[in-house]
Design a protein around this ligand. Structure first.
Ligand code: TYM
Length: 327
């Protein structure tokens, strides 16, 4: 049995990038009965930048319902809210005291988010250490993430390894699991950067909650190059390659298969196909989401999930405290 764990941060609505990079690979991983999966809402991580409290509260629950609507099966996967597990921040603090300032400040995401800013929170710096606690408390073997989070899984592994050497075997060393599906999905208006929840220009970002006509329009309006041939070349044709990745996952077909079919039929026809398969997929997710919100199933799922997560974390927290000499 292998344990897999991943989380998503509720700083904005779930995007197509989150679905393709994290949720849909997880849904596939559920099929293997040898995998035990934990999935959570990383709400403490959301606080590294200011969130309007009422909006955040609402969004946390919507994330959970959206996970289930996307195909995460609560019978197979433990779903919980990070902040409801009080042991994780304790472990995180102890890990902070075993992490060097230099290694935390070298994280690409920290550098990007703090660049040019006079004021950013200390939480932005310690963010990967809380993430390490999320991963290490349950001895996760694998962490399915999109490629942008790979460095954070690596630092979790380094911290665990250092801790084990200093205090004796305590944590399992985790590895990230980046499936082919974990491809970084790019912004539709600027295909050189990742599609992100916190992006200010909504024309480049597809939210799983978007109106279906708006999704169609966003894909038809995606930035592409001026050559009219459809083929995969991330360096020279980032816009078309991004749409090929999206179309491939939304339709469950190979990129090459789609590229061969549309190679000479012009960008318009290819974009229309991409928009159609995306809209169909998101429509079925939204239908299921609306059903779930009405039934109140979510509260029960969360209650079961947090109980299980707390049980595992309590045991690890006690061990960690003992290892470092706390009473
Ligand atoms: P977050 O919320 O930024 O992203 C959640 C997941 O979605 C993936 N992702 C993408 N994949 C492909 N294309 C994109 N455009 C794209 N945008 C996001 C991310 O790689 C991620 O897998 N720090 C994490 C949350 C977290 C976590 C953890 C994850 C907290 N603790 C422990 C794993 C394990 C984050 O901010 O993800």
């Amino acid at each position: 049995m292998k344990r897999l764990l991943t989380g998503l941060k509720p700083t904005g609505e779930l995007t197509l990038g989150n679905y393709i990079g994290a949720i849909s690979p997880l849904v596939k991983l559920q099929e293997d009965k040898e995998n035990e999966i934990l999935l959570f809402v990383a709400d403490l991580h959301a606080l590294t930048v200011f969130q309007e409290p009422s909006l955040l509260r609402d969004r946390i629950k919507r994330f959970v319902a959206m996970y289930v609507a996307c195909g995460v099966d609560p019978e197979r996967t433990t779903i919980y809210i990070q902040s409801q597990n009080e042991y994780i921040p304790v472990i995180s603090w102890i890990l902070e005291c075993n992490t060097y300032y230099g290694e935390a400040s070298r994280m690409i995401q920290f550098k990007e988010k703090s660049k040019g800013k006079e004021n950013f929170t200390v939480g932005l710096l310690t963010y990967p250490i809380l993430m390490a606690a999320d991963i290490l408390y349950c001895d996760a073997d694998y962490v399915p993430v999109g490629i942008d989070q790979n460095q954070h899984v690596e630092i979790a592994r380094d911290i665990a390894d250092r801790f084990n050497k200093r205090y004796g075997d305590t944590f399992k060393l985790p590895s990230s699991l980046i499936t082919k599906q974990g491809t970084k999905i790019k912004d539709l208006k600027d295909p050189t950067k990742k599609m992100s929840k916190s992006e200010e220009n909504p024309a480049g970002v597809i939210s799983l909650f978007d109106d279906l006509n708006a999704i169609h329009k966003k894909i038809m309006g995606a930035t592409t190059d001026s050559d009219n041939a459809v083929y995969f070349d991330e360096e020279n044709k980032p816009g078309i390659s991004n749409l090929l990745n999206i179309a491939s996952i939304m339709s469950d077909r190979d990129v090459d298969d789609i590229a061969n079919e549309y190679r000479n039929s012009g960008y318009g026809n290819f974009k229309r196909y991409c928009a159609e398969v995306t809209v169909n997929k998101i429509k079925s997710i939204q239908d299921r989401y609306n059903e779930l919100i009405e039934t109140g199933e979510i509260d029960k799922i969360l209650k079961d999930g947090i109980e299980k997560s707390r049980l595992i974390a309590k045991e690890k927290c006690e061990l960690v405290k003992e290892r470092v000499g706390l009473i």
